[in-house]
Design a binder for this molecule. Structure first.
Ligand SMILES: [Zn+2]
Length: 204
């Protein structure tokens, strides 16, 4: 049986802020390798590398209470993957009228990597130089618990939005003009909204 004939792989992710605790099962597009990784988004080598939860179905279904690292690794990958798929579909439609398709990333065909435990900070970032989406963790005194930015759908989608816009308009990233920075931030926020809408269970 070829990869295209196999049923869609299923992953379990947070589809809202983890404080809401809403977990959803998402059908993945394309064939996703262990890591998880695909041609565009790759798990860094030996960094919370996550195997299939079921080798036969090749699903990634983990319980966040029992396997938090695996769950976060999968959730982060899936949100980045969903953002990329959304823009790929949109740009392919535009390409039929003469626009350009989404090809690779700002630097070319090499995949972007993602780090779910990049360090101790209330921060997350996209780095063109490191070719990474990095998500930090910090202690919230108001919530009285450790916050993992990789567990926030909005944060991950926002940072992935920066990577997409940098691919489409690399000049925006180098600019020191404050309005350009504002476009990047707005694009990231809209990416989070549109990608949430693109997941059927989140539209309700
Ligand atoms: Zn931003």
């Amino acid at each position: 049986m070829s990869a295209t004939q196999q049923p869609q792989q299923i992953a379990q992710i947070y589809t809202q802020d983890p404080t809401v605790g809403k977990i959803e099962k998402i059908a993945l597009e394309g064939a996703i390798a262990e890591g998880p990784s695909d041609a565009y988004v790759a798990a860094p080598r030996d960094y919370y590398f996550t195997r299939y939860s079921d080798r036969k179905t090749r699903d990634f279904i983990f319980d966040p209470a029992k396997n938090p690292m695996q769950f976060d690794q999968v959730s982060t990958f899936v949100v980045i993957n969903q953002v990329r798929e959304m823009y790929t579909r949109a740009l392919n439609r535009i390409a039929q009228q003469g626009g350009s398709r989404l090809a690779g990333w700002q630097w070319g065909a090499a995949p972007i990597t993602y780090k779910i435990r990049a360090g101790d900070d209330a921060n997350a970032y996209y780095s063109r130089d490191e070719r990474v989406l990095a998500f930090f963790t910090f202690y919230s005194t108001s919530a009285r618990k450790q916050i993992y930015t990789s567990e926030s759908f909005d944060v991950v989608a926002h940072e992935a939005g920066h990577a997409i816009l940098d691919t489409l308009k690399p000049g925006f990233f180098d600019s020191w003009h404050p309005q350009t920075g504002a476009i990047h931030e707005a694009f990231g926020d809209l990416t989070a909204i549109f990608s949430a809408i693109s997941i059927p269970s989140l539209r309700q």
